[in-house]
Design a protein around this ligand. Structure first.
Ligand code: ADP
Ligand code: MG
Length: 321
């Protein structure tokens, strides 16, 4: 094992390809066929060791998350995942690491019926760039710029658990009861199948990767509108509640829950007539859903506490620079 070709052959060549893959691996490009009635949606995300995940993160968790953060972007627009490219930079050839990374990578791809159709393998600091491509009916694509005044604002799952998980890892807080938060950090679950169905009822969604404050802010800016969000409607997980109880003088740290990111939950808007259908859809998908507020005129994002007072967040989301 001494060249990138050996690595690609042994660890990044997965046999079962989708029927719509014409050329994959071994040629200069991959080639796939896109059905005439579908739109192609494409997204990419890079994870760099020490920047996007702590250096001690396991190869299994890195492989899982590198795919999942990309699937979350497809979910945000309602697309069904289909194909994926992997550009990986490795400091050395560590076959134990590669075996673990490759096995998890392959498992996650199988679970979502996605084919690895090509990539690039280089030597350097550990860095993983995944590009994923998916398909969606043109009229169903959910976009950031489609929120309408009086729409309700929904979020899936619990926000902030991953931020608490990261805090626990970075500060060596060894507490079994925070394990759900660390799991949420390392093993987020992109809301793919729910989002595919949601696309029939919502035209505006985003995935929460930089925190609700920043990501709902993106929707409002793109849609030129405002929103009122009620903190009392935001669900706090039992692991997060435990964390605040024990480590934050029993005070809920909303900035931690809403501005740090890595949630990979969906935030979307729904018109009144589709509200009941969306709630039923979440029930069918066994997905926790909460209606946290509504779209308003103007351009302000207001977070209101139980007394109706505004809460402001100085820090508005994970910033890369
Ligand atoms: P080229 O020199 O033409 O750019 P490469 O030598 O980079 O080709 O890659 C050879 C083939 O292996 C290409 O088809 C490429 O898509 C594939 N490949 C390279 N790295 C990976 C990877 N990490 N995972 C999957 N396929 C890969
Ligand atoms: Mg190349």
């Amino acid at each position: 094992m001494n060249s990138e070709f050996d690595i690609i052959k042994k660890y990044f060549t997965f046999p079962d390809m989708r029927d719509d893959v014409l050329i994959a691996g071994g040629d200069d490009c991959a080639s796939v066929s896109v059905p005439a009635n579908k739109q192609l949606l494409i997204t990419t995300d890079t994870l760099i060791s020490g920047v996007h995940f702590p250096v001690e993160t396991t190869p299994e968790d890195i492989a899982y998350k590198a795919i999942m953060v990309n699937l979350s972007d497809l979910a945000a627009m309602g697309a069904t995942p289909a194909w994926l490219m992997l550009a990986i930079s490795l400091p050395d050839i560590d076959e134990v690491w590669l075996q673990k990374f490759s096995a998890t990578f392959s498992d996650v791809l199988k679970r979502f019926n996605v084919s690895l159709i090509g990539g690039d393998t280089t030597k350097g600091h550990l860095s993983i760039t995944v590009q994923v491509m998916g398909l969606c009916d043109k009229e169903k694509i959910m976009r950031r710029d489609q929120a309408k005044v009086a729409d309700k604002v929904f979020v899936s799952g619990h926000l902030g658990d991953a931020a608490i998980g990261l805090h626990a890892v970075l500060n060596n807080i060894d507490d079994e009861q925070l394990q759900p938060c660390i799991t949420k950090l390392n093993r987020p679950e992109a809301r793919v199948t729910f989002a595919e169905a949601l696309a029939s009822y919502s035209s505006c969604a985003i995935d929460i990767s930089d925190g609700l404050v920043a990501d709902l802010g993106h929707i409002l800016k793109a849609s030129t509108c405002g929103a009122n969000v009620f903190l009392s409607k935001i669900l706090v997980s039992s692991a997060s509640s435990y964390y605040f109880e024990k480590y934050n003088e029993a005070k809920t740290d909303w900035a931690m829950l809403l501005t740090r990111g890595d949630d990979y939950e969906l935030c979307f808007t729904v018109s009144e007539k589709n509200e009941a259908a969306v709630i039923e859809l979440a029930r069918q998908h066994k997905l926790l859903l909460s209606c946290i507020g509504e779209i308003t005129e103007g351009n302000e994002l207001n977070f209101l506490n139980a007394d109706g007072e505004r809460q402001s967040f100085a820090d508005t989301g994970f910033k890369h620079f």
